[in-house]
Design a binder for this molecule. Structure first.
Ligand code: ZN
Ligand code: ZN
Length: 347
C-alpha cells in the first residue's frame, strides 16, 4: 500500500513509499483510511523536532471504514462500519494511569504516526480499544477533525470544567484556539476574546468570529489588555485558555486572567523552560490546569456533540488533498494558510 513514511532521522527524509499491510491480531482492526489530517505535530516530525522512530508511517488524525475484524473483537465490530480512533498505541493497559482511563499519558505509549505506524496510509492496523464507532450523520470531513476536537473537549470540559465563566480569553487562534472557541460558544459563555497576531488576520480571525468569538484582537496592532479589561469590567478574564505556546502570549495571559481565575494550558512551548512571574500565580490564587492529548472519555464526549457542531467544525477544514500533494499541504500548514488539511487516502 502507499504510505507517507519518515524513513530516516534528521530534517525531512519523508516520502511516499510502498509499505506492507499488517494483518490484524485477534484484538485488532484493519481500517481502510478515508481521511488523515495534517497536524502541527507532523510538521515537527518532518523537521525532527518531535520524537519519532523511523522508518515510520506518519499520521494520527484519521477516520475510515472497518476492513477486517480480529477474532476477539468480532462481537463489537463489523466490516464496513465507519470508525474514528485514538492515537494512544502502545499504552500498557495495566499501569495506574491506564487503569484510571488515562492511556494518553501512559509512560509506555508509542504514539501513532511517530513511534507506531500511522494513518497516512491506505490501511491502518490498530488495537480495537482505540477505535470509536462514528455516529450516523457526521460527515467524513468532520470525523476527520475528531482528534483535535477531543483534545479541546478534554482541556475545556474535563480538565477545565468551564461553563460558569462570563469572560474567557483565548491566546492563539490556530486549530486549538478555534476548536476551543467552538466549545466556549457551545457552553454559552457570553464574552470570548481571541488573541492572535498579524499572521491570523486573513484566515483565522474571521473564522474565530464565525465560530463565536465576541472580540478578536491582533496583539501587534491593538491593546489586548484594554479589550479584556473593558469586557470584564476591570477584573480580568475569568478563564484564560493558552493555545499559542508563545512566551509573550503566556506573559500577557498571566497578566490578564483575574485573581482566582483559571488558566487552561494547551499550547506547548518550544524551549524547555521559559521565564514567568512565578509569584503572580500565588498572589492571584490562580488555578492552573495542565492538559495534554485526549483520553477515551473525551472522545466519547466529543463524538456526542459532533453532529450538532458539524457546521462549525467543517469550517476548520481548509482543504482536502490527495496524498501525492502532501508536500504542498505541509507547506500550506507551515505558512499558516490552512487550519486543517485532510489528506484523502482514497483519492
Ligand atoms: Zn494532531
Ligand atoms: Zn499504562
Amino acid at each position: 500500500m502507499r504510505a507517507l513514511v519518515k524513513y530516516a532521522p534528521g530534517e525531512g527524509h519523508v516520502e511516499i513509499r510502498d509499505m506492507p499491510v499488517r494483518q490484524p491480531e485477534d484484538d485488532e482492526l484493519l481500517i481502510k483510511v478515508k481521511y488523515c489530517g495534517i497536524c502541527g505535530t507532523d510538521l515537527h516530525i518532518y523537521a525532527d523536532e518531535f520524537p519519532n522512530t523511523p522508518p515510520i508511517i506518519m499520521g494520527h488524525e484519521y477516520c475510515g471504514t472497518v476492513e477486517k475484524v480480529g477474532r476477539a473483537v468480532a462481537g463489537e465490530w463489523t466490516v464496513g462500519e465507519r470508525v474514528v480512533g485514538e492515537l494512544h498505541t502502545g499504552a500498557c493497559g495495566v499501569c495506574h494511569l491506564c487503569r484510571a482511563g488515562k492511556p494518553h499519558i501512559c509512560d509506555q505509549k508509542l504514539a501513532l504516526g511517530s513511534k507506531y505506524h500511522g494513518a497516512f496510509a491506505e490501511y491502518l492496523t490498530i488495537p480495537a480499544w482505540l477505535a470509536h464507532h462514528l455516529p450516523e450523520g457526521i460527515p467524513w470531513e468532520v470525523a476527520g477533525v475528531t482528534e483535535p476536537f477531543a483534545i479541546t473537549t478534554h482541556c475545556l470540559v474535563e480538565r477545565g470544567a468551564l461553563g460558569a465563566e462570563e469572560t474567557v480569553l483565548i491566546t492563539g487562534s490556530a486549530t486549538m484556539g478555534l476548536m476551543s472557541t467552538i466549545w466556549v460558544s457551545r457552553l454559552g459563555i457570553p464574552n470570548l476574546v481571541v488573541a492572535g497576531t498579524d499572521m491570523d488576520e486573513a484566515l483565522r480571525f474571521p473564522l474565530a468570529r464565525e465560530l463565536g468569538a465576541t472580540h478578536v484582537v491582533n496583539v501587534q496592532k491593538e491593546d489586548l489588555a484594554g479589550v479584556v479589561m473593558e469586557v470584564s469590567e476591570g477584573r480580568g478574564a475569568d478563564a484564560w485558555i493558552e493555545c499559542s505556546g508563545s512566551p509573550a502570549a503566556i506573559r500577557s495571559g498571566l497578566r490578564l486572567v483575574k485573581k482566582t481565575g483559571k488558566a487552561v494550558l494547551i499550547g506547548l512551548v518550544g524551549p524547555e523552560t521559559i521565564p514567568i512571574p512565578w509569584n503572580d500565580l500565588l498572589y492571584k490564587e490562580l488555578d492552573l490546569v495542565g492538559c495534554f492529548s485526549s483520553p477515551p472519555s473525551s472522545w466519547q464526549k466529543a463524538l456526542a456533540v459532533e453532529r450538532e457542531e458539524a457546521p462549525k467544525l467543517r469550517k476548520l477544514v481548509t482543504r482536502i488533498i490527495p496524498l501525492d500533494n502532501w508536500e504542498e499541504g505541509f507547506a500550506m500548514m507551515r505558512r499558516g494558510e490552512a487550519i486543517k488539511i485532510l489528506v484523502d487516502m482514497e483519492a
